[in-house]
Write a new protein. Structure first.
Length: 429
């Protein structure tokens, strides 16, 4: 019995070895093939040089330098690719970059600007060059083409919906199929044209607004928390005091969420890419919470990175939409959800708004989050809550404790405490 078993086993081993041999041969052939066409295995990284098909946004168009295609040095390509997390020193990757130009010996900014029919100022701004003489041969510059591309690549097109600034967008069909039931479309994202939705519960005249996802895919848990609020309020509408309406805007930055989930609307944690850093920005690569008109600057800080605050305060459509919505809604309180600095932050432009202080205290005491009178970690420019508070729309920022958890019990307690506080305020008035 044992012998028969062993013989059978040996036969299987032989057969297996034969199959292994064929497999190894196949692997060698495949590997040889792959090595010979490495760029084609990295379609996303190559997208920097691929003009978009079905591109609904007319600018900026990408042109390809012979240098880029002839020598696709892996390090250089990955620097230009958006799916990579932003390394602390490579701040330039947070900007849109239709074109990478390597400075040649004898170049100066005027020569380069003339080559691309752009301006010295545009190049300096894009590359954060303070001293125009401080460029050197071999230096990589990001060039924004202001007008018509100087050297379009004929016949080279992508069959995916990748825009020239490397933002990946859903197809128009996907957008059209988005389930908007129960919600109201208040506007659309800057580049991918994805609806931004609001959901209202209760019918009272005093409203409380929640905003998730301003930092899109890098803070996707704030969007899941907002959806959790929506589900909770839908099932517990009777818990809303009669004087109140609760408005939830689950995702203020759909482009940024799509960049790391390939989803619009609802999504699951399992949809999220490993690298989420670039999901922070909108389709124009602007940090939406550096683009509001309080202490605004064209470049802002995010941890060790420099990020774009946009070309002007409220240059970004998502922020125009949110601003106009809140101004029209005139809420008694707005809660802006972020992650993951753990705490409730008061708001105000230059000085703390007393109402914001009160709201932050209510939320902190109920939730258990620590309370801060300002963001502690680095200087913030163009912050939404600070602008809102300055304009007379009391606001607080709630920073979740991680980038994954929604801290449900803490934030549900915060929601209930805010409702109670506001209902008492309304009755008192
Ligand atoms: Zn944030």
């Amino acid at each position: 019995m044992a012998q028969t078993g062993n013989q059978a086993h040996t036969e299987k081993n032989k057969e297996w070895h034969k199959q292994l041999g064929f497999f190894l041969l196949w692997v060698v052939v495949q590997t040889t093939f792959l090595v010979s066409c490495v760029p084609s295995t990295q379609p996303e990284e190559l997208s920097a040089t691929i003009p978009a098909k079905n591109n609904e946004t007319p600018e900026p168009t990408v042109t390809t330098q012979p240098l880029d295609t002839a020598t696709p040095a892996p390090a250089q390509m990955s620097l230009a690719a958006t799916p990579e997390p932003i390394p602390p020193t490579a701040t330039a990757t947070s900007e849109p970059e239709p074109h990478i130009y390597l400075v040649e010996a004898g170049d100066n900014l005027t020569i380069i600007a003339n080559k691309f029919n752009t301006t010295v100022e545009t190049i300096q701004r894009a590359n954060e060059i303070v001293d125009g003489n401080a460029i050197h041969a071999g230096m990589a510059l990001e060039i924004f083409l202001d007008g018509v591309p100087t050297d379009p690549v004929a016949g080279d097109s992508a069959d995916r919906n990748i825009l020239p600034n490397q933002i990946l967008c859903p197809s128009a069909d996907e957008v059209a199929e988005l389930d908007t039931e129960g919600g109201t479309i208040i506007g659309r994202s800057a580049v991918c044209d994805i609806p931004i939705l609001s959901y209202t519960f209760g019918t009272g005249g005093t409203s409380l607004v929640w905003v998730g996802g301003m930092h899109g895919g890098s803070e996707w848990n704030t969007i899941l928390l907002a959806y959790a609020f929506i589900d909770h309020l839908r099932l517990n509408e009777e818990s809303i005091p009669a004087s109140l309406s609760i408005v939830v805007i689950p995702n203020a930055n759909p482009d940024g969420l799509f960049a790391v989930t390939r989803r619009i609307g609802r999504f699951a944690e399992t949809d999220v890419d490993v690298d989420t850093a670039n999901g922070r920005f909108n389709g124009n690569f602007v940090d939406l919470n550096r683009n509001w008109d309080c202490e605004w600057a064209s470049t802002g800080v995010w941890q060790n990175n420099t990020v774009s605050g946009g070309t002007a305060p409220f240059s970004e459509p998502e922020n125009q939409i949110l601003r106009d919505f809140i101004v029209a809604e005139d809420p008694a309180a707005t809660v802006l959800l972020h992650s993951a600095a753990t705490g409730v932050h008061m708001a105000g432009c230059g000085q703390i708004d007393p109402e914001s202080r009160t709201l932050a205290t209510v939320y902190s005491q109920a939730s258990g989050y620590p309370i801060y009178d300002s963001f502690q970690h680095y200087a913030i420019t163009g912050d939404a809550s600070n602008w809102l508070a300055q304009q007379g729309f009391p606001a607080i920022t709630v920073e979740l404790s991680t980038h994954e958890d929604i801290d449900w019990r803490m934030n549900l307690a915060g929601l209930n405490a805010m409702m109670n506080h506001m209902a008492i305020q309304t009755t008192a008035n």
